[in-house]
Design a protein around this ligand. Structure first.
Ligand code: ADP
Ligand code: MG
Length: 348
């Protein structure tokens, strides 16, 4: 116990958020059906779109935006005063809130299930490779050996609303789980307000329930993983028909850079300290909550195609669709047996 302490050190340097990866596109939503309300906007440096049927026709956009701001004050590393930012700079007065704690419990479980492929203590590595909230230099390969001693989910724990660190240099990055979680939080707000038919999408992470304005399951497009830093190309690889589930996609086609002819992407293997580099291009996960789907989608990108498929098949209630490049560089799709039911025309 004694080795866990709360420390105080200098503040890291913050940077404005860049546009986050939008991995899926919602296809079927605006049909002009008066009973459904559609709200769209920007949040967390990305876009959101919510379609819902509210029994009294009440527009919930303001409430939703207030809830998202509250969420941002907990888990955004780009908000200097958020709980997570204060934890990162070892502010001894910070107490964890319900958003942080729910995120932490799921993050720890996903780390355990994936043998550390998913790990929120990856922040110093993400920063060193020039992807995070730090001021990493993309013009040379960082030395990661010196960073590894303070990376690892077993080096932190949550106790009495405090995050305890074995080393003061430990920092957290919830980017790979928070967007999915925020979609769950939005869905919970809709539920509180009587909605039973809705689809929430924040930065490509989706929660849907009930039926769409046509009275059918919700239809969501999974993007082709085409290298595109502009986030503007949205060619569809597969269409998914789904309801009562969370769905998230991680990919290496929107957040990357080249250094000396080699591609470095924003998914880092916390066990090696380097960006993953294998033939898996994107991972789409369906799970009971979008928070789990988001975290596992990132973990799958780290694990690679074969291990990801094996783990997903062995996990009840979860399915995935993976897009990878074959030996000839052609993109191929593979999915768990259970995923077939979501693919139009491929249900058994
Ligand atoms: P997207 O933004 O495309 O939805 P992810 O959900 O996979 O992508 O989140 C990627 C972000 O998560 C990275 O930019 C980085 O901040 C962080 N990250 C990178 N590698 C890991 C990892 N192994 N475990 C947890 N978080 C990670
Ligand atoms: Mg993720």
């Amino acid at each position: 116990m004694g080795k866990y302490r709360v420390y105080e050190t200098a503040c890291p340097v913050w940077r404005l958020i860049v546009s986050l990866c939008v991995a899926v596109v919602v296809l079927s939503c605006s049909t002009g059906n008066k009973e459904y309300i559609r709200n769209t906007g920007r949040i967390f440096g990305t876009y959101y779109s919510v379609i819902y049927q509210q029994p009294e026709g009440v527009d919930l956009q303001e409430k939703m935006e207030e809830r998202m701001r509250e969420f941002d004050r907990s888990l955004s590393t780009f908000n200097r005063e958020s709980v997570i930012s204060r934890i990162n700079r070892n502010d001894t007065t910070v107490r964890t809130d319900r958003y942080f704690e729910s995120m932490y419990v799921v993050a720890e479980r996903v780390s355990q299930c994936t043998d550390g492929a998913f790990d929120i203590t990856v922040a110093p590595l993400v920063n060193a490779w020039g992807f995070g909230f730090g001021d990493g230099d993309r013009t040379k390969r960082p030395v990661t050996d010196t960073i590894m001693p303070y990376v690892g989910y077993r080096k932190i724990k949550l106790e009495n609303h405090r995050l305890l660190k074995q080393d003061p240099r430990i920092m957290l990055d919830a980017s790979a789980i928070a967007k999915g979680y925020s979609s769950d939080v939005m869905a919970a707000l809709l539920e509180e307000n009587g909605c039973r038919n809705y689809m929430v999408e924040i930065g490509g992470e989706v929660v849907c329930r009930g039926v769409n304005p046509k009275g059918e399951k919700w239809r969501i497009g999974i993007n082709k993983p085409i290298d595109d830093e502009t986030n503007l190309r949205n060619e569809i690889e597969k269409i998914v028909s789904i309801t009562d589930a969370g769905m998230a996609t991680s990919g290496n086609y929107r957040q990357f850079y080249y250094l000396n002819g080699k591609k470095y992407s924003h998914t880092i293997d916390p066990r090696t300290g380097t960006p993953v580099n294998h033939n898996l291009l994107s991972a789409t996960v369906v799970a009971p909550t979008c928070m789990e789907a988001d975290a596992f989608a990132t973990a799958f990108m780290v694990l690679g195609k074969d291990k990801a498929l094996e783990l997903c098949e062995a996990t009840p209630g979860m399915d995935c669709l993976l897009i990878y490049a074959d030996d000839d560089g052609q993109s191929r799709v593979v999915y768990t047996d259970g995923f077939a039911r979501y693919l139009l025309g491929e249900e058994d």
